[in-house]
Design a protein around this ligand. Sequence first.
Ligand code: MN
Ligand code: MN
Length: 468
Amino acid sequence: MSKEKSPEKELKEKLFYNKKNVYQIIDNETVNKVNSFSEDYKNFLNLAKTEREAVKFAVEAAVEKGYTEYVPGMELKPGSRLFWNNRGKALILAIIGTEPIQNGVRINAAHVDSPRLDLKQCPLYEDSEMALFKTHYYGGIKKYQWTAIPLALHGVVVLTDGTQVDINIGENEDDPVFAVSDLLPHLASEQMKKTGSAIIAGEDLNIIVGSRPFKSDKESELVKLNILSILNEKYGITEEDFLSAELEAVPAFKAKDIGFDRSMIGSYGHDDRVCAYPALRAILDTERTPVKTIVTVLTDKEETGSDGNTGLNSSYLRYFIENLAEDFGVRGRVVLSNSECLSADVNAAFDPTYPSVMEKNNASYINYGVVVTKYTGSRGKSGTSDASAEFTGRIRSLMNKNNITWQTGELGKVDAGGGGTVAAYIANMDVDVIDLGVPVLSMHAPYEIVAKSDVYMAYRAFKAFIED
Ligand code: MN
Ligand code: MN
């Protein structure tokens, strides 16, 4: 038998678009890099579960690398490394490039907020001699997934004198955790008849925080009193202080390897730390002065639609770029019009258990590399910026030139649902934008799954965009 390829096979290789699993392409040395990058990423996941903690982590890492706080009007030169901390909840890092800034900047933008349960303004109450917190969920969640799992409490309380008290409880091995109860199956026959979205109502997401009464028999609400007494002793707070607090209940799980082959990572909050961390590392690992000025944005409020002054629907990124432009004596809008952006966000990975919501030719798959998403949106591409063929082509050739394994991916079948990212808000400033990120299984669940090889390819993609 001839060992030569058949003409059909040769023609196929030439003409067909062949997607490949990362592990079929990379060498052992790269496998080691994938694994070591994942260890760093897991450490970040465990240390930075909220937007505030992610910003704190990033500022500390940047200062260590010689970044200084940006002050409009300060002296800037190629190689200047800057950070701009937006209210402790969003962050911009920048390195001034060698080319004039009017040629545009390169933006990598990811978000550091994740779905969670926020405490209400007056959260603490007692019922049937148990103390509980009322919550209002943040972002798009399946509410039933947030019952019967260990929760940790993160956030800040601002006292009347302005003192900020940081709270982080439930993460250390010997810390207590909290939980939302669910009904036992024995008594759930009525509950189980409800639709998925109604099985657990928003007002049922009450977090159990105590059950032991203050030792006295003269007063009511003694369990609540005991909790307030503990909080007062530990943090110096009273009940009214909850009114000026941002307290977030997040899953208390740690990030762990998934699978016998340890090829995946299970964690809370991959969306969008799985893009934020590679984007952060890409700028921090940039030793040489880049040609274009580079700007890395870690934003807040994406999960609630990007509104608010720490979200990208506000002006903070535009103001930052306008300020930089003015420092160089050029118009901000000229800089913006010549700028390019990777809007770094996750995509839905094809799930073999739920194939019906995906169109398999256009879905993203784990271990097939970073996903480049030309458009998001829903119902006829509503709410998307839809990157141009020209800019998509530019990113495609950048990926190929740098041997980055990448794939395209659409968020589910047409009319199956949909979603958005920050891309549209950045595109609205006349910037060329495309979404690029990591495929995720169980997106927005308390425990999401990503493949290590895709995380590493995301890092390589952000790095290539900076260095190009
Ligand atoms: Mn996201
Ligand atoms: Mn999301």
